[in-house]
Design a protein around this ligand. Sequence first.
Ligand SMILES: [Zn+2]
Ligand SMILES: [Zn+2]
Length: 112
Amino acid sequence: MSYGDRRKFYTSKLWTKVKNQVWLKQYCLCAICGKPVYVSGISEYIPKDKRRTGIVHHKEHLNDINVFDDNIALNEDNLIGVCKECHEKEHHKDISTRNGYSFDEYGNLICH
Ligand SMILES: [Zn+2]
Ligand SMILES: [Zn+2]
């Protein structure tokens, strides 16, 4: 198991479907700051300058093991839609982010 498994997960059709459900429920608004986010295929109506990048965050952080556990990876109760800014705060105030990517405590790329 490796980071590749999570990348596969984040690009899977199932994840896209679950993720979009979360955004529809939240009307494409960040659950923390309430600002609208851009979700491909859903929030095209949001003006370009008002769009933030939206990320569906796993409250119980995803790792190489639970990525295969649907009760964690695909459970809407474990998911929360936030904007990129709030997502970074939500994760680690002290982990540096570069080029729009976020890293978990093990230095693995997450949620993108
Ligand atoms: Zn936000
Ligand atoms: Zn996250």
